[in-house]
Design a protein around this ligand. Structure first.
Ligand code: HEM
Length: 204
């Protein structure tokens, strides 16, 4: 087998991913500071209460824009196929690290695709509800009430998702971080985690 490393993520893909991650973390931590008095100490880390109140919406807007770039680039590759449905039905085996009997995966496995859709949907509703909270005078009372309820719910869903994503891409699947930093993976990594994609890009 060739030992030459394979390109997993292009430079543009890595830039848009890390821009999303950076803006997400900023919006998440400043949002937590605004959400609960118990977490207001976080505002001190980001320049104080007034700065956080003024900049949190911009962080959210930049996050939505960066995610929009990532969405455009990957949406075509994130559609579920038949193998993905089988993969999802057997995902309890994957969680137990039993890979025998699991279908081979393409560039992204079904779990990664579901995470992409979860993050995209929650970012969309975060943006929508965030805009209503940002400009309350232009929205009717009912929209303001829904937005106030929806915004923290979507934030909790996406933060929970990102915690899982963080765990999967650091401890659970060693080698992933290198892929998103340097853009490259070894043929062995590609074959064992994304067999179908490995065959496509290596021609084996
Ligand atoms: C917070 C720190 C984050 C870390 C450490 C991280 C790390 C990674 C890594 C290592 C990969 C490559 C996985 C692979 O090679 O298969 C990846 C992929 C990806 N990341 Fe992140 N990421 C973070 C935040 C985010 C955020 C905020 C989003 C969007 C809301 C996001 C969305 C994605 C998507 C859609 C992919 C491709 C599919 C997947 O691997 O799940 N990431 N990330």
């Amino acid at each position: 087998m060739t030992t030459k490393s394979l390109e997993r993520f292009s430079f543009a893909e890595r830039v848009s991913h890390w821009m999303s991650a950076l803006c997400f973390l900023y919006a998440a931590f400043t949002g937590l500071a605004l959400w609960s008095p118990r977490l207001f100490w976080l505002a001190g880390v980001f320049g104080g209460g007034e700065t956080v109140r003024a900049w949190h919406p911009w962080g959210g807007l930049f996050f939505a824009l960066a995610l929009g770039v990532m969405f455009r680039r990957w949406v075509g590759q994130m559609q579920l196929d038949e193998d993905d449905e089988i993969w999802l039905a057997k995902s309890h085996l994957y969680a137990q690290h039993i890979e025998a009997g699991m279908p081979e995966t393409g560039r992204f496995n079904a779990g990664q695709k579901m995470m992409f859709w979860l993050q995209s949907a929650s970012a969309f509703f975060l943006l929508l509800s965030g805009l209503v909270i940002w400009f309350p005078e232009v929205a009717p009372r009912s929209a303001r009430l829904i937005a106030i309820l929806l915004h923290p719910i979507c934030a909790a869903v996406s933060m929970g998702g990102i915690m899982v994503h963080f765990y999967m891409s650091t401890l659970a699947v060693p080698g992933s971080m290198g892929a998103m930093i340097r853009g490259k993976v070894s043929p062995g990594w590609a074959k064992s985690h994304h067999g179908k994609w490995f065959r496509e890009v290596s021609g084996r």
